[in-house]
Design a protein around this ligand. Structure first.
Ligand SMILES: O=C[C@H](O)[C@H](O)[C@H](O)COP(=O)(O)O
Length: 279
C-alpha cells in the first residue's frame, strides 16, 4: 500500500493514540505492523539512561576498597547501589554502607552489601545521593521522596558528598525545573502553626504533603510530616534556611547548601557532565 506523507503521519498519529488509549506503552524497538515498519518516536523513560550513566561514573571514580559509604535515597541511587554491588562481586571492596532511609537500608541488604550505622561508623568517607534540583552554586533541593533528614545527617558526617542526577535537575536557579517546592520535615503536632508562620515570614504556599496510597499525610521514616513550601522568584537560600530553622516545629529542610562540590549529571544518550565547585 502506498501512502503519501500527510496520510502516513495522520495514520501513525491515530495509531499511536489508539495504542496509548488501550494502555500500551512503546518500547525502544520500532513497531512492525504487517508490512508497515514505522519510525514512531521512542516513548521510553529517557531520564533512566542519564541516571545510570551518572551513577556508574560517580561510583567508579569515588568508591574505593575499605570505605564507609553513605547510601542516599530515591530512584537514581538504585543504579549506584547496583554498580557498587557489581564491583563488590569482582573486587571484594569490603565496604560498610550507611543508609539514609528505609529504602536505602533495603537496597543495601538486597544487594548483599554490609549494613552499618552511625553508631558504629560515625565517620563516613564518601556519600552518594540524588537531588531534585541543583543550582549554579551547587545548592540542592532534596526530599522529593521524603528522605531529607537522614540524608542531611549522613552527608554532614561524610568527608565528601557526590550527587548523581539526570540533566533535567541541572538549573541555574532553584525552582526553575523543580516546581514542587522546598520539602520541610515538621513535627506532626506543629504542622498547622508551621504552615501559618512560613506563609507569614516567606509568603508562597506551604502545603502539607498528602499520601497517594493512604488517606492523610505522608509520614516520613522518622514519623514526621512534610510541608512543601512552594515559592516564587529568587531567594537567598541561606536566609530562607535560617528563617525556616527558626520556626518551632521545623525539624529539617530539604535545602542542602554548600554540602557538595561535585554533581554528576547523566544525559539521555548516556554521557556524563560533571558540575563542580572550586573551594
Ligand atoms: O527524598 C528523596 C531524596 O532526597 C532523593 O535523593 C531526591 O528526591 C532525588 O530522587 P531521584 O533520584 O528519584 O530523582
Amino acid at each position: 500500500m502506498q501512502l503519501n506523507l500527510v496520510t502516513k503521519t495522520t495514520f501513525y498519529r491515530k495509531l499511536l493514540r489508539t495504542f496509548l488509549s488501550q494502555g500500551f506503552s512503546l518500547s525502544k524497538s520500532n513497531l512492525t505492523l504487517g508490512h508497515f515498519h514505522t519510525s514512531l518516536p521512542v516513548m521510553a523513560d529517557t531520564s533512566e539512561a542519564g541516571k545510570i550513566a551518572a551513577a556508574n561514573k560517580a561510583v567508579d571514580e569515588n568508591i574505593k576498597e575499605g570505605q564507609v559509604v553513605g547510601i542516599g535515597s530515591g530512584t537514581t541511587i538504585v543504579f549506584a547501589v547496583k554498580r557498587i554491588a557489581e564491583r563488590n562481586k569482582v573486587e571484594n571492596l569490603n565496604l560498610i554502607c550507611i543508609p539514609t532511609s528505609f529504602q536505602a537500608r533495603q537496597l543495601i541488604n538486597d544487594h548483599g552489601l554490609t549494613l552499618g550505622s552511625l553508631e558504629t561508623s560515625p565517620d563516613i568517607d564518601v556519600a552518594i545521593d540524588g537531588a531534585d534540583e541543583v543550582d549554579s552554586d551547587i545548592n540542592l533541593i532534596k526530599g522529593g521522596g521524603g528522605c531529607l533528614m537522614q540524608e542531611k545527617i549522613i552527608a554532614s558526617c561524610a568527608k565528601e558528598l557526590f550527587i548523581i542526577a539526570d540533566t533535567r535537575k541541572n538549573s541555574e536557579v532553584l525552582g526553575t525545573s523543580w516546581k514542587k517546592g522546598i520539602p520541610i520535615e515538621v513535627l506532626p503536632m506543629a504542622y498547622r502553626p508551621v504552615q501559618l508562620k512560613i506563609a507569614q515570614l516567606l509568603g508562597g504556599k506551604p502545603l502539607l504533603r498528602m499520601a497517594s496510597q493512604k488517606a492523610g499525610p505522608v509520614v516520613t521514616d522518622n514519623g514526621n510530616f512534610l510541608i512543601d513550601w512552594q515559592f516564587e522568584g529568587k531567594h537567598d537560600w541561606y536566609d530562607v534556611d535560617r528563617i525556616l530553622h527558626n520556626v518551632p516545629g521545623v525539624i529539617e529542610t530539604g535545602l542542602f547548601l554548600n554540602m557538595t562540590k561535585t554533581v554528576y549529571f547523566g544525559t539521555p544518550d548516556g554521557q556524563v557532565i560533571i558540575k563542580s565547585k572550586k573551594n
